[in-house]
Design a protein around this ligand. Structure first.
Ligand SMILES: [Zn+2]
Length: 272
């Protein structure tokens, strides 16, 4: 069965934007009874602790982290029709400090430490070429990543792939999910923010391809972009409803990771 994962990067500096998004997203996900994951910037969490606390333990909302202040884990060397644009990553020490700070923010305000992390901007190959960085986030308790969200030009769309374990790198219990296709804000900007039909057509084509391949679609939206020119998130509702109609299984990242980890353990036990 093809699988659809939706993760929202929740990161806006204006708490009004974030809180409105949380209300709208809750309506959409509760109406359709489909789960999602929120990858939350620690600073954004600190601006609205009560709004996030209300979602702890909610069966449809899985809360994970997106660093404390949106420090890039790696430098992005983006090459597209506008030329080369560089977004510099933090140093390993800065990355460690920012991921650790977000873990503390979650522990202090929500009472738990996340096991999932989305890297700001995302990168070609994720952290697959940086075992030093995987070790840093691993030490902070991170076990699944959404960091491979760009192609070989550090641009998009990102090719579709199944989530995989970083066992070859020495981390069998760390999984990379990636962000496939386009991040919503880049494609919404490209087709025109008010052009909801045009965006839906693009997403429908991606969903159809993933369903035909019986694959996995790891899809990214943001708090601010999900409600831009679409205050009640009708576009998101339409995308999720379409994925359901096509028979896709919609699952949160943490739940999916738990399934993969259990399967890996089973296989290891069979071998022993
Ligand atoms: Zn972000």
């Amino acid at each position: 069965m093809a699988t659809f994962l939706i993760g929202y990067d929740v990161e806006h500096r204006d708490p009004v934007v974030t809180r409105h998004f949380l209300t709208a997203a809750r309506h959409v996900h509760e109406d359709l009874d489909v789960p999602c994951t929120l990858f939350i910037v620690g600073r954004t969490l600190r601006h609205s602790p009560d709004a996030f606390a209300a979602l702890v333990g909610h069966p449809l909302f899985d809360l994970q982290q997106h660093t404390e202040t949106h420090v890039l884990l790696k430098t992005v060397y983006q090459e597209n029709e506008r030329g080369v644009t560089v977004f510099r990553g933090g140093s390993p020490d800065e990355v460690r400090a920012d991921v650790a700070a977000a873990q503390r923010t979650f522990a202090d305000l929500l009472g738990f430490r996340p096991i999932g992390l989305t890297g700001p901007y995302n990168y070609y190959r994720g952290l697959g070429d940086r075992p030093d960085l995987v070790q840093i986030v691993y030490d902070e308790g991170i076990r699944f990543l959404r960091t491979w969200g760009r192609n070989e030009y550090d641009w998009q769309p990102t090719p579709f792939f199944s989530p995989f374990s970083l066992a070859p790198l020495g981390f069998p219990d760390v999984w990379e999910y990636g962000i496939h296709g386009w991040q919503d804000c880049l494609l919404r900007h490209h087709v025109g923010w008010a052009n909801l039909d045009g965006y839906f057509d693009r997403l429908r084509a991606d969903i159809d391809r993933v369903v035909a391949a019986d694959g996995v679609f790891s899809y990214c939206q943001h708090d601010w972009s999900s409600t831009w020119e679409d205050s009640e998130m009708t576009l998101t509702r339409r995308i999720l409803a379409y994925a359901l109609e096509q028979g896709m299984r919609i699952v949160g990242y943490a739940a999916h990771y738990a399934e993969q980890a259990a399967k890996t353990k089973e296989t290891a036990n069979e071998r022993n």
